[in-house]
Design a protein around this ligand. Sequence first.
Ligand code: ZN
Length: 163
Amino acid sequence: MRPENLKTAREEQSGVGETPTACSGVTIGQAVLRGVLGRCPCCGKGRMFRAFLKIADRCSACGEELHHHRADDFPAYLVIVMVGHIVVPMVYSVETQFRPPEWVHLALWLPLTLGLALALIQPVKGAVVALQWAMGMHGFEPARKARELAARRVVPPSYRATT
Ligand SMILES: [Zn+2]
């Protein structure tokens, strides 16, 4: 038996129509799209971020726990690859066709690079966290198993309401 303070928000809310496996039908694609939009991968309504790059501990709408993520530096690596594949060909193209002075390069590419990185980092982090959630990676594994069981209309004892 778990201590009372380890109950999830969803368990605390149980009995008011919310089931612990309400998001059992969410596909990986749906979850990732919701993550890109900064929404909870489970319900698509609550916000995934409590600050620009800070993941909320749990969804404010459905209570799904999100603190299990281990995105670490992976979103930043993805953004570097994406921005590099956008900016470097543009730099090469402009240089070979127009040969502008260096200050033009600096004026063009520094703001573009910074802007793209800032624009992409939150959607990419949201997608990574949603993918981890959908695949049951790290601490998301019990929730994924509960969704799979719910899809077969079986609720494991650990997710049953205790009240
Ligand atoms: Zn939610």
